[in-house]
Design a protein around this ligand. Structure first.
Ligand SMILES: C[S@@+](CC[C@H](N)C(=O)[O-])C[C@H]1O[C@@H](n2cnc3c(N)ncnc32)[C@H](O)[C@@H]1O
Length: 207
């Protein structure tokens, strides 16, 4: 497991996360529909900066958003308070999802792990434990959702170690121009993809 970055770097990474997610992955409608169907408390594990938790709470659902990255949660809290959401409507909880001890475990109507976050748990055992953690939080008949990308053969063939350019954007908070590049290698023998992304900033000092 990687060491935690220092707070300034963690804050910069959280800001870059939101800049990256500027391209809407288009998954919110799914979670809104499932939340309507579940009709009760919602739990998002690995909730990040509240990209999904905030609109779900704004739609009228009580939401608990768990993440183990304090800098991501800081941005989530700021995003929630900017639109007038109180902690009663949307509670952010700093915790490792594999070590959850929520007081209202077993009462959630809908619990989910979005946007490939389950892949950040690097072993099958940890991924199984995450799904168990999700199930434990649900009330009887509750809905669980895990969104994980299933690449096809063409996708995997592209992962041959070449560096690819993803985007250049202006960070609205710092004014810096940010370039995102990536590189990935797929090893078909062990069915593992190793990937690395980097962002390069130009035009402003600091992290
Ligand atoms: C790809 S982001 C997804 C954020 C959000 N769900 C979204 O869709 O925008 C993955 C998040 O998982 C969090 N995370 C990774 N491992 C975790 C763990 N063991 N416990 C809690 N959160 C974790 C990271 O801090 C990060 O915020």
């Amino acid at each position: 497991m990687l060491d935690r970055p220092d707070p300034a770097t963690a804050a910069a990474l959280a800001r870059l996360y939101d800049l990256d997610l500027h391209d809407d992955p288009g998954d919110l409608d799914l979670y809104l529909a499932l939340a309507d169907r579940a009709d009760g408390r919602i739990l998002e594990l690995a909730a990040g900066t509240g990209r999904l938790a905030v609109p779900l709470a704004l739609a009228g659902h009580p939401v608990t958003a768990v993440d183990n990255d304090a800098a991501m949660l800081d941005r989530g809290r700021a995003r929630a308070s900017a639109v007038g959401l109180t902690p009663e409507r949307l509670a952010f909880v700093e915790a490792d999802l594999l070590e959850l001890a929520l007081p209202d475990a077993g009462t959630y109507a809908f619990a989910f792990i979005a946007l490939n976050s389950i892949m950040l748990l690097a072993t099958r055992e940890r991924q199984r434990a995450a799904i168990r953690a999700l199930a434990t939080q649900l009330r009887p008949g509750g809905i669980a959702a895990v969104d994980a990308w299933l690449p096809d053969a063409d996708d995997l063939a592209r992962f041959d170690g070449r560096v690819f350019h993803e985007w250049i954007r202006t960070d609205p908070e710092s004014g810096a121009h940010v370039t995102k590049t990536g590189s990935a290698v797929h090893d078909a023998r062990v069915r593992i993809r190793q990937a690395a992304w980097s962002s390069r900033r130009q035009g402003c000092p600091g992290p």
